[in-house]
Design a protein around this ligand. Structure first.
Ligand code: SF4
Length: 117
């Protein structure tokens, strides 16, 4: 069955851009409202081990994932940073949607993510 999910990426959790929101509550709200099939938090998807994460995760899931929302930094930056990992795993990059949630509160981040689901 096709799955829809959200990964929150938070610049190691140390960047002020993510300090106004409760990242766990952002994902819990989406879970409570049953808007997604899976959620995850990764500290730094643009680091080398972010590529490894995508390789491991998408190796088994590239066909079953119909939509992968990454909430974090600028969507255009995401496209460039994740391109190699998506190509390496054969994941259709059209299934990836980025959403910028920097400097948002919990409620604002939830609303921004809902808009792209
Ligand atoms: S992918 Fe974006 S949100 Fe994630 S660590 Fe890199 S710059 Fe920050």
């Amino acid at each position: 069955m096709a799955k829809k999910g959200v990964i929150l990426c938070v610049c190691q959790g140390t960047c002020p851009s993510f300090q106004q929101m409760n990242i766990f509550e952002v994902l819990n709200t989406l879970r409570r409202e049953k808007l997604v099939d899976f959620v995850a938090i990764h500290p730094q998807l643009c680091a080398d081990d972010g590529d490894t994460f995508f390789n491991v995760f998408l190796a088994g899931a590239k066909d079953s994932v119909e939509k992968l929302v990454v909430a974090g930094c600028d969507p255009n930056m995401q496209k460039k940073m994740f391109r190699d990992a998506f190509e390496a795993t054969g994941f259709d990059k059209a299934k990836h949607t980025g959403v910028d949630i920097r400097n948002m509160t919990t409620e604002q981040a939830v609303e921004a993510i809902k808009k792209v689901l």
